[in-house]
Design a protein around this ligand. Structure first.
Ligand SMILES: Cc1cc2nc3c(=O)[nH]c(=O)nc-3n(C[C@H](O)[C@H](O)[C@H](O)COP(=O)(O)OP(=O)(O)OC[C@H]3O[C@@H](n4cnc5c(N)ncnc54)[C@H](O)[C@@H]3O)c2cc1C
Length: 379
């Protein structure tokens, strides 16, 4: 494809990494967002996100995560920005609830992902922060860690601008045929990429809404014990605790320990105040006390109320609009896109330039709910 004029709508991690890849491939790209990239409503805008290869039996995402880790480290070296902390990830396999973890170690062996398998005693010795009487074992992925999410987005936007990309503010809407409009006029470009995260559903009520659900998720940051660095990233890994429907991230750069229990809530993307409900607070505090007794008297110091958009199989959407043949969807639609950002962006960029078609799993049609055993996210 010759140098193209491309519009990317949405400046979260999906849009930013796609725009960067396309601009660096010699195209002229404009990135449009309703708000300033990095704004608090975007799913990509929290302090941090976990990056880990673990994806159950799913080799595809395991390999993408490993490749993305490499890309994040390269972006970090290129920019001098601290984008990733390699604090590892501890995956707790709960008694009677370990299909996903069992499948993951087989995938790790196949793909060559380094990991350890710990019993309860080994977890307690190595990571005394965790109380784990209810687990059957844990997997430890030492090359996993956290991405400084907000910084990753901002760094991506800066790199995009440095490469000659244009960043514009604007609210893209659609007409009754789902043609994208800006200021009520059709958007004109060789390719228009829609990377509007959860907003994709309301923008495309015929194409995306039927295959997606949006949920709000409250996240809490708890203080670290006075005078102790035991819960900092240098001493503590990220963790996934599927048996308790939870995951979390150690304290970094003063954030406090982040814990999220999947307590799905309804969310109005544009009109809700992004505040946390008391019930979610109580449930998260009770989980934190259960898993981390040393945090019993600690206090919530920060919180986020954000959204994910999910397809039935939790696979991303990278596909052309069925009627508007220059409109390409690039949606996370999974709850696990952030870590894959750079590789996702490169992949979407190749599809946009018609270098190759999309993967079957990313097509709009043929979506079906997977069992937790089949699902890459274990949900
Ligand atoms: C609580 C929580 C925890 C998570 N944890 C992890 C994790 O640990 N690891 C991981 O890999 N992933 C995680 N995820 C998932 C990950 O954060 C998301 O999949 C990813 O950030 C989605 O990025 P996006 O660019 O698709 O969407 P967004 O970041 O939401 O960006 C969409 C952008 O589009 C813009 N936009 C919307 N509509 C329009 C419009 N009409 N016109 C112009 N612009 C528009 C918005 O303003 C926004 O900036 C988590 C998500 C949540 C909510």
């Amino acid at each position: 494809m010759e140098k193209s004029n491309i519009i990317v709508v949405g400046g979260g991690i999906a849009g930013t990494m796609t725009a960067l890849s396309l601009q660096r491939s010699g195209n002229q790209v404009t990135l449009i967002d309703r708000w300033e990239p990095g704004h608090a409503r975007a799913a990509s805008s929290d302090y941090n996100r976990v990056i880990r290869a673990i994806s159950g039996h799913d080799e595809f995402y395991t390999r993408w995560a490993r490749e993305s880790r490499q890309r994040w480290l390269e972006l970090q070296a290129e920019t001098g920005q601290k984008l990733m902390y390699e604090c590892g990830a501890l995956i707790l396999a709960t008694e009677g609830h370990s299909d996903w973890e069992d499948a993951s170690s087989a995938t790790f062996d196949k793909v060559g992902v380094p990991y350890y398998k710990f019993n309860q005693d080994e977890v307690s010795k190595r990571f005394p922060q965790f109380k784990v009487p209810d687990i059957s074992y844990a997997l430890f992925e030492p090359e996993a860690g956290m991405l400084m999410a907000h910084r990753c987005v901002i760094t991506g936007v800066e790199l995009f601008k440095k490469a000659g990309g244009i960043v514009k503010r604007g609210h893209v809407t659609t007409d009754s045929t789902e043609k994208p409009l800006l200021d009520n006029k059709p958007l004109e470009a060789d390719v228009i990429i829609i990377a509007t995260g959860a907003w994709m559903s309301e923008m495309f009520p015929r194409t995306i809404k039927p295959i997606s659900a949006i949920i709000g998720l409250p996240v809490f940051y708890t203080s670290t014990p006075n005078g102790s660095d035991l819960f900092d990233k240098d001493k503590m890994p990220c963790w996934i605790d599927h048996g308790q429907n939870s995951f979390g991230i150690p304290s970094s750069e003063g954030s406090g320990i982040k814990a999220m229990i999947a307590i799905p809530e309804k969310i109005d993307l544009d009109n809700d105040e992004r505040l946390i409900k008391r019930e979610a607070l109580a449930r998260t505090q009770s989980y934190v006390k259960h898993r981390f007794p040393l945090l019993e008297n600690e206090k919530v110091v920060d919180s986020k109320f954000n959204q994910i958009i999910l397809t039935p199989d939790t696979h991303f959407v990278v596909d052309w609009h069925p009627e508007h043949t220059n409109v390409l969807f690039a949606g996370g639609c999974s709850g696990h896109l952030f870590k894959h950002g750079p590789v996702f962006g490169e992949f979407v960029s190749g599809v946009a330039m018609h270098n190759y078609g999309t993967a079957d799993r990313f097509k709009i049609t043929g979506r079906k709910k997977l069992s937790p055993k089949e699902s890459p996210s274990g949900r």
